[in-house]
Design a protein around this ligand. Structure first.
Ligand code: GRF
Length: 223
């Protein structure tokens, strides 16, 4: 991971959303706690009407819509995104239900500074419909992963994972709700570890200082 040179002040973070923004809500709440290493300094949505924009507004956080459909191609959209992030002076970018694939160019611009949350235990079930696929596969454990973004979809060094049991009579909705609950615990923890400088890249993986017991990076929830 690049040296973030975070110093004593709290790291300003941008959150990119496309929809309801419940993970954004969890990050805002965590960032407001005394002693947090980060604060949410900007929220950007790529879809008009994204609930995340209302959440940001209610919390008094600068927010804006950059509608990808208003641009002539991905490059122009991402250039606008990059410009706004730089203007806001944010140091980290969190994808939270952001439904646009980012190009290699953009990921390299923000190398090791983009985090994503994916609703499965990666590397299992990359892509969409993770809960339905987990049910169809008959797995007994499912969950979520917070990772550093790489150009390949749903790939990159893992920071924190959360697990939930898959129950015999689970429905997709019930399983999704159980996973979402653990997502809201995992994302704030992962961001805190990165923003505080405790999580760093080492040999292609994320190494976290001061956590010898791996259970500190794995949250179990539900039952
Ligand atoms: C979450 O399940 C997240 O893992 C996935 O998209 C969903 C976003 O939900 N990437 P929300 O907008 O944070 O409520």
């Amino acid at each position: 991971m690049v040296d973030l040179d975070l110093g004593a002040s709290r790291t300003s973070v941008a959150v990119l959303v496309s929809g309801r923004g419940s993970n954004l809500g969890a990050l805002i709440k965590a960032g407001e706690k005394p002693g947090s290493s980060f604060e949410i300094g900007l929220v950007i949505a790529n879809r008009p009407g994204a609930g995340g924009l209302d959440l940001a507004e209610a919390a008094g956080i600068p927010n804006l819509l950059i509608d990808h459909k208003a641009f002539d191609g991905r490059e122009a959209f991402e250039q606008a995104l990059d410009q706004k992030l730089n203007e806001a002076g944010v140091r980290l970018v969190c994808l939270a239900g952001f439904m646009r694939v980012l190009s290699t160019w953009f990921v390299k611009c923000w190398q090791d500074r983009i985090l994503n949350i994916h609703p499965s235990l990666l590397p299992a079930f990359k892509g969409l419909d993770t809960h339905a696929r987990a049910l169809a596969a008959g797995v007994r454990v499912h969950g979520c992963t917070v990772h550093i973004v790489r150009p390949e979809l749903d790939d990159g060094p893992i920071i924190v994972q959360g697990t939930v049991p898959v129950l015999q009579d689970d429905t997709e909705d019930a399983l999704a709700a159980r996973v979402l609950d653990v997502e809201h615990k995992c994302y704030p923890l992962a961001l805190e570890l990165v923003a505080s400088g405790r999580a760093r890249m080492a040999g292609g993986r994320v190494r976290v200082e001061g956590i010898d017991d791996p259970s500190g990076l794995l949250i179990h929830s539900g039952g």
